[in-house]
Design a binder for this molecule. Sequence first.
Ligand code: FAD
Ligand code: SIN
Length: 556
Amino acid sequence: MEIHGEKETMLYQSDFLVIGSGIAGLTFALKAAKHGTVNLITKKERADSNTNYAQGGIASVMSQNDSFDDHIRDTLICGVGICHKDAVRQIVETGPERIKELMKWGVEFSRDEKGQLDLGREGGHSCNRIVHAKDLTGHEVELSLLNAVKTNPDISVFEEHTAIELITEHHLDKTVQKVIKSPHCWGTYALDTTQNRVDRFLAKAVLLATGSIGHVYLHTTNPDIATGDGVAMAYRAGAWVGNMEFMQFHPTSLFHPQANSFLISEAVRGFGAILRTRDGETFMENYHEMKDLAPRDIVARAIDAELKKRGDDCVYLDVTHSPADRVIERFPNIYNTCLQYGIDCTKEMIPVVPAAHYACGGVATDMHSRTSIVGLYAAGEVAFTGVHGANRLASNSLLEALVFAHLANLNAAEFIKHVSVPADKIPEWSEEGTLNSEEWVLISHDRQEIQRLMWDYVGIVRSDLRLSRAERRIRLIADEIEDFYKRTRVNEELLELRNLACVATLIIDSARFRKESRGLHFTTDYPERDDRFWGHDTLIHQHFGIQMCLPGPFEW
Ligand code: FAD
Ligand code: SIN
């Protein structure tokens, strides 16, 4: 790694640059370090990621009673006709190797009395196939990977560094305004929030692993880092983005004013918990033959329908019929967190509501995790690989992140042998004409307004009227933010706001374009699935517009 620096700004160079320190970024970094130097930037502290909060576990065929065909079939059924079958096959068939690799890095999964992996169950799965570490799987994975990274001399981690924009040809010469069909990415400008300084991170290959977009909605299970930065940056840099209309709402987040939509894992239903209305009635049998373990879109919509029908604020998850010691042993995190809010879940029902949870769409990638920008790879939740189709099967996302980070590494390790970075032509970040704004009030309510509009109009149930109303309002807000951004010295709050506005417009445009209901996208104007769209994705590009195309593999 080279470092050139003056007080003003820093230039960091490495073979690989990783943006994000969740499961995708960390596994890629550990593998890439065998082929060259790695710089990894992350916007808060290194463990701040969705990965750290994952509860249920990782779906994979790890038992003799299970089969690849069954896992593939469950994934395809859940994805309602638009999963990319080659991508699904890839994660299912190579998943077990990736799980074993995690164990080598020190991850300890829960085991039964015989020492076999304890496999949990979640919605949409036809058998028990979720490896987990009690209900703290993500924390166990994140800490183990961070430990492995800490001892690797070829990986440098930069905390409190927020990527602002990906560096492409457009930064080499600002006078060139033409549209480049396949731009090349050489790194990113990143705000060091401790120094209030914008640094350049350059590399031969860049992995975008910035995770989710949950905070585009008012209520989300996601931690604060999930503001869609990766999708927005890639879109602005000229990447194709896909299937943004498929936002997954988790059916059961804790309903409590202070609980920040804390997740009550689907594994609790897999363990036997039952959804009930306020008066104790069960209702899932009216919606799906798999009842409480139906795919997530169906359970979330059923809850939404019950709440609207009854005028209630929440439904309840009942696990009181299970022995208390088994509940506490299997779900210590959920038990203790509920207790903190005055709910003893072994004795009383847990009040729950749906919350925005997972983005099935993202930056479109091929089977090597390459985006349509040369040198830019994407893996994890920021990527749209085609695995999840119109609805992700529970616990398939950590698996997808592991497998596609691995594929990215295989390709990038070869790719860097043929790249040189035009470092001397890449200018420092320019703040010309910007101010420390005194008019923050102009945009201070925008974040909440976007989140509320998205929640009310672009949520679990949509309609043409709601979508066009959201579109008009958010477009106006986004334009105002862009204008403000151009005049203002960068700061993290503004960067996130700009990205949230961008992602909100991508979701709305995609949702308006899909004139049918499928999986997570349900609209009252087209309540049926339209099989002319069987196998179609929604792809958006900043310059080439929006189109539906047959699913991949994408070949750039
Ligand atoms: P993340 O783990 O979110 O990491 C993203 C990283 O990028 C973070 O380090 C973040 O700080 C960084 N970053 C973001 N923007 C920037 C920027 N501009 N500059 C620099 N760094 C940036 N999936 C399952 O398969 N099983 C489960 O049991 C499960 N449970 C879940 C429970 C909860 C509460 C949540 C929220 C999600 C759960 N998921 C689960 C989903 C799964 O956790 C995520 O899909 C997965 O962890 C995403 O990993 P990632 O590496 O892509 O992103
Ligand atoms: C959960 O534990 O319910 C979350 C699982 C997931 O999002 O895949």
